[in-house]
Design a protein around this ligand. Sequence first.
Ligand code: NAD
Length: 247
Amino acid sequence: MFDFKDKVVVITGGTRGIGLEIARVFLENKAKVIIFGSKEETVNKTLAILKDEGFEAEGFYPNLNDYLDIESVIKKIIEKHGHIDVLINNAGISANKKIEETSSLDFEKIMDLNVNAIFNMTKAVVSYMKERKSGVILNTSSMVSIYGQPSGVGYPASKFAVNGLTKSLARELAPFNIRVNAVAPGIINTDMVANLPKEMIEPLIKTIPLGRIGQPRDVANAFLFLASDMASYITGEILQVDGATRS
Ligand code: NAD
């Protein structure tokens, strides 16, 4: 059991999949959890699910590509809670088309959410963390950030960029006692994977030495550890949570 009592944790892409499970593990460990989603309706639905499970969380739905929108939501959170201790940049979309079928708009959409949104969120939160000389920023990368993937090039390209943001910001923000790490999941049982074609998934499972697809909880636990004081000397790391998948 970790103790996140009085810690404020903001999670983008917190309405389902890995992000929702991250919300659950922090709630189980007494954190104040604020989820961000893309729509009011999905945010409210998720808050209701969590309520049924006995958890109280809060939610917002800023446009993650609109810095001013994010800034005003972060201000509201600071006015209410006074601080943000942990920022988890988890929202992301994937791709699987071959390059000839990928439009430049498809490519930009991925970069907008998977990379630019992390920049915007981090920029909006970091000054508050700096003031308190304390904070943790965690990003969701992917195993494709290590190996690439044979289609949907925007997705691995975006996750390589996530690693670059993580490693660089870790060094920039270390003097302010702000740690920055990423978790790089392998194949995890969420909607994102359910939407991929079978021909793509089945050969991938064969490459997992632990012999199974990961569960959202496997990934959420890694976030919890990296956000905790047990990881107080870990920064700039990309933690692979992929059952030793190496391709
Ligand atoms: P998911 O599709 O189940 O959830 C994605 C989340 O992102 C949702 O909460 C959704 O609301 C949010 N989101 C999507 N578009 C958005 C937008 N335009 N603005 C704001 N929020 C938006 O996916 P998941 O599998 O839970 O993925 C979460 C993260 O994990 C992503 O960054 C993804 O790249 C990464 N990841 C997933 C896997 C996997 O196998 N599932 C593997 C490696 C990395």
